[in-house]
Ligand binder design. Structure first.
Ligand SMILES: [Fe+2]
Ligand SMILES: [Fe+2]
Length: 154
């Protein structure tokens, strides 16, 4: 595979990660507001706090896309995929949202790992950005796995 092919792939995969972050922002906002009940309060606060962090990831990815010669896509290129993060049928169903968050964090972790491998030996700055973001997503997932353990045992 030539370097230019890899370069194009990196821009393409950065765009995928960018959309993941923005869809996560949308769904963390909605779930941080939609949920009802005493048991939902901590989850709502945690999701509301994560919005800024995920938005920052999106902005860093966009900046990197531009820096390496790509164009940050517009909204008409967006395809929603986070089916498990849609508003739950029952708005007190905190466990459904926690599971959806874990799915979203898993997907982001997978995408950043893919990028880290793709960048190896080719683009260390993008690789470093993805390593930082990967660490953040692993922390988010750990946090929500902890919530899941607690909420499922209650
Ligand atoms: Fe993120
Ligand atoms: Fe995250």
């Amino acid at each position: 595979m030539s370097d230019s092919t890899t370069h194009e792939q990196i821009i393409q995969e950065l765009s995928v990660a960018y959309w993941m972050e923005l869809e996560t922002v949308m769904n963390y906002i909605s779930n941080s507001i939609n949920l009802d009940g005493v048991r939902a309060e901590e989850i709502k606060k945690s999701l509301a706090a994560d919005v800024a962090e995920e938005l920052n990831h999106a902005q860093l990815l966009a900046k990197r896309i531009k820096t390496i010669g790509g164009t940050v896509p517009g909204s008409q290129d967006f395809n929603a995929v986070q089916s498990s993060l849609q508003p739950p049928a029952k708005l007190t169903d905190v466990v459904a949202v926690i599971k959806g968050v874990i799915d979203a964090e898993d997907a982001a972790i997978g995408q950043y790992n893919k990028l880290i491998q793709l960048c190896d030996g080719v683009d260390y700055v993008t690789q470093d950005l993805c390593i930082q973001a990967l660490g953040d997503e692993e922390e988010h997932r750990r946090e929500f796995r902890g919530y899941l353990a607690e909420y499922e045992s209650a």
